[in-house]
Ligand binder design. Structure first.
Ligand code: PLP
Ligand code: COI
Length: 341
């Protein structure tokens, strides 16, 4: 299979239309068998549930070319599980996780020419999503849905690749207590748009959101969980019911403990203790691990000792081990790597 003529090493995190995508309809109480299509447009009635009441959820995962030439996806079963959880919270029918993995496999295989080559620094980002498709005017769930998956080759999420970021403590909340922060609903991201535009205008790369109840604890950013490293080398990640359970973060905590022999802790992390950490990183599918060099809390600057020029040493080890596993250079734990071809 011949690869597309794309400047892989200079891709940013953008959308490039590929040839095939997957569509399945839910009608009369059941999902149809689903199919690949070349049609990238979605045509909906003006009163569709997604347009009126934002009934939409999504996922994000990546496919990679490994050093021995396979195309693989990283833990797609966990994305399938999380999407089932998201669907239940928004009163949508769950698309079964086994079918989810099968559909991801079909889309990636059908777009193999767009999977960036090994060593290019780029990956294929896979975006499953689902939305209420029939007309709904009273506030209630739709009863017709589309589940779709497209993919697009991408480079780093943050410009500058692995250069440490400067983030600010946001005055806005991304989630409500007992709300939808723990699922991947489009509405959470709509909520964050004003906050991210404001952060960028003020010269910051991202927002640090605090817990919406007390505004004393660290939650996450608009698109990634936090990892911190203590001065004695322990890896700490915030525990909260209103953050997205990141698959990257869960994987990194395993890598830290089982591959690197580090102590790990998932617990409440207070804004007031940030000054005591040695390293900070943002972790997620898109972000991988992006190091944070500085956190600004309303004019108070917290400079991480790891500095503004490179990743801290523990963050770097975590990054190298995780990407080594994803690219096939390091043996993966059982079930983490799904071979597509
Ligand atoms: N938190 C938010 C709000 C996200 O959008 C994402 C991205 O999916 C993550 C965390 C990271 O999750 P994952 O590692 O599963 O991609
Ligand atoms: C991902 O990492 O897959 C996400 O969905 C985050 C988004 C901000 C691109």
């Amino acid at each position: 299979m011949e690869k597309k003529n794309i400047d892989w090493s200079n891709l940013n995190f953008g959308y490039i239309q590929t040839e095939k995508r997957y569509v399945s309809w839910f009608k009369d109480g059941a999902w149809d068998e689903g199919a690949l299509t070349e049609d990238a447009t979605v045509v909906l009635n003006e009163c569709a549930g997604v347009l009126q009441y934002a009934q939409t959820i999504f996922e994000g995962l990546k496919a990679y070319t490994t050093d021995d030439g396979h195309i693989v996806a990283f833990r797609p079963d966990l994305n399938g599980e999380r999407m089932e959880d998201s669907a239940r919270r928004l009163e949508m029918p769950a698309f079964p996780k086994e079918r989810f993995v099968d559909a991801v496999t079909k889309v990636v295989a059908a777009n193999a020419a767009y999977v960036p080559p090994y060593g290019s620094g780029a990956t294929l980002y896979v975006r499953p999503y689902m939305f209420g498709a029939n007309s709904v005017i009273g506030v209630k769930p739709a009863d017709v849905y589309q589940f779709r998956i497209f993919c697009t080759p991408v480079g780093p999420y943050f410009k500058g690749g692995v250069k440490p970021l400067t983030i600010c403590v946001s005055d806005f909340d991304r989630a409500a207590p007992h709300g939808t922060g723990h699922i991947k609903a489009g509405l959470n991201y709509a909520m964050s748009l004003h906050a991210i535009v404001s952060a960028h205008k003020n010269g910051f790369d991202e927002n640090m959101y605090l817990d919406p109840g007390t505004r004393t604890r660290v939650e996450e950013t608009g698109g990634a969980n936090f990892l911190f490293v203590t001065r004695d080398g322990k890896v700490v990640t915030p525990r909260s019911d209103s953050i997205l359970p990141s698959i990257t973060r869960r994987s990194l905590m395993h890598v830290a403990k089982e591959y690197l022999g580090l102590e790990v802790e998932e617990r409440e992390v207070y804004l007031e203790e940030l000054k005591d950490f040695a390293e900070c990183g943002l972790c997620g599918t898109a972000a991988v691990i992006s190091p944070v060099g500085k956190i600004v809390d309303h004019g108070r600057e917290i400079c991480l000792p790891s500095g503004m020029t490179e990743m801290g040493p523990v963050t770097k080890k975590l990054y190298d081990t995780l990407t080594g596993i994803q690219m096939g250079r390091i043996e993966a734990p059982e079930g983490w790597i799904h071979i597509i071809e």
